[in-house]
Design a protein around this ligand. Structure first.
Ligand code: ATP
Ligand code: MG
Length: 383
């Protein structure tokens, strides 16, 4: 990858307690969306609903904290969530994500956002908005939470039962409520960027400067939050400009407190996860993109005594690095139909007559051109 991130693969399932941490700080994912069950040994395990926790566990377990920092990683994996299936929402879906550990500087925040932005562009998804916020740090959080509670308490009756419960357990998450009735209330709520500590404020202002420098525009969105304590400073999302918060393509943020919560020493971290199905949906809606040129693929059609020669030639082509498929033992027309169905670029035809002459017909299926060449030259013709 051009950004210098290395691929990591993590297990499909983990001990459930990796995802269930800190009572009272429970997200939707853990509360009702995980596939969690007991295995035969009685251990409680969870199919990974997201990548960050598993990557952090691997970072600690495999001593990556002892490597020169920052450590930059990416993953591309299916995730599992017990959700109500609907458009853009599946129980098994793919995510591409990155995590950068061990560097608290806002230049890394800008890099990670640039990586997300560039990836979207490469898929032709340009009509997106970057929503950005800072939710501060350990120092600024209590003041902000107090302000939020003070603001919401007189309006308690307007809140849904879930949001009322969140007032004590997960106040920030109320800002994330999708309840239409309270959107005006949310719009006037205290803003976290007005409560930032000096350190967090410096981080925020320098991030905005970096993004300006990179030519990446953003919308400061005060209601963009994360529910967990370990999230610090930057949070961001990319949403389609026309279909705002309904179908977030990508969400990320800084989590300087997570590694410590998992038993490591205090370590900076930032990352994002992108929903591949939603990316494809957006890309296709915008006309899609041209894929890489079609690689060569050769069908070796054969008739009668040509089969032995065909078998050998198929093997020789593969050994020379050319994808080759032996035609089914049927009539020529049927074999050529098969070639089209597997999107072969070329067909080599070896019938009784060809065997007698020691020559094969090589047909370019794209151009419908063909030539006859001795068996020993087929490889060089195709190369
Ligand atoms: P949402 O608010 O849409 O439920 P989320 O906050 O649960 O999203 P994250 O956990 O931040 O999403 O995951 C990052 C991205 O993964 C999302 O922005 C989305 O593109 C994708 N994603 C999440 N859940 C699903 C799902 N059930 N099916 C398909 N894609 C999903
Ligand atoms: Mg969700």
């Amino acid at each position: 990858m051009r950004f210098g991130y290395d691929r990591i693969e993590i297990p499909t399932f983990e001990h459930a307690n990796l995802f269930i941490r800190g009572v009272g700080e429970i997200t939707d994912i853990v509360e009702k969306e995980t596939y969690t069950f007991k295995d035969r040994g009685g251990d409680l395990i969870t199919l990974r609903p997201e990548g960050t926790a598993g990557v952090c566990r691997a970072y600690l377990e495999h001593g990556m904290h002892n490597l020169p920092q920052p450590v930059r990683l990416y993953y591309y994996m299916p995730m599992y969530r017990y959700e109500r299936p609907q458009a853009g929402r599946f129980r098994e879906f793919w995510q591409f994500g990155v995590e950068a550990f061990g560097d608290a500087d806002s230049a890394i925040d800008a890099e990670v956002i640039d990586l997300a932005w560039s990836t979207l562009r490469e898929f032709g998804v340009t009509d997106v908005s970057l929503l950005l916020n800072s939710i501060g740090d350990k120092e600024s959080r209590p003041n902000y939470l107090e302000a939020l509670r003070g603001y919401f308490t007189p309006h308690l009756k307007m809140l849904s039962p879930d949001d009322q419960r969140r007032l004590e357990t997960n106040t920030l998450r109320i800002l994330d409520s999708k309840d239409d009735a309270i959107q005006p209330l949310l719009a006037d709520a205290p803003k976290s960027i007005d409560y930032l500590s000096n350190e967090s404020k410096t981080h925020w202002e320098s991030l905005l400067a970096h993004l300006d420098n990179l030519g990446i525009s953003y919308e400061v969105t005060h209601t963009l939050v994360r529910g967990f304590d370990y999230y610090t400073h930057t949070v961001f999302e990319f949403v389609p400009s026309s279909n705002r918060r309904q179908s977030t393509i990508l969400a990320g943020g800084r989590y300087n407190g997570l590694i410590e919560e998992l038993g490591g020493k205090s370590t900076a971290g930032i990352g994002f996860a992108m929903g591949i199905e939603r990316l494809i949906e957006e890309s296709v809606n915008r006309g899609g993109i041209e894929g890489p040129p079609q690689p060569k693929k050769v069908l070796i059609a054969h008739l009668g005594v040509g089969k032995e020669t065909a078998l050998k030639l198929t093997s020789d082509l593969r050994r020379a690095g050319i994808p080759a498929i032996l035609g089914p033992s049927r009539g020529l027309k049927s074999q050529l139909r098969y070639a089209a169905s597997i999107r072969a670029t070329h067909a080599v035809i070896i019938g009784e007559e060809e065997v007698a002459k020691g020559k094969a017909v090589v047909r370019d299926l794209g151009k419908s051109e063909q030539l006859e060449t001795p068996f020993e030259n087929v490889l060089s013709v195709l190369n």
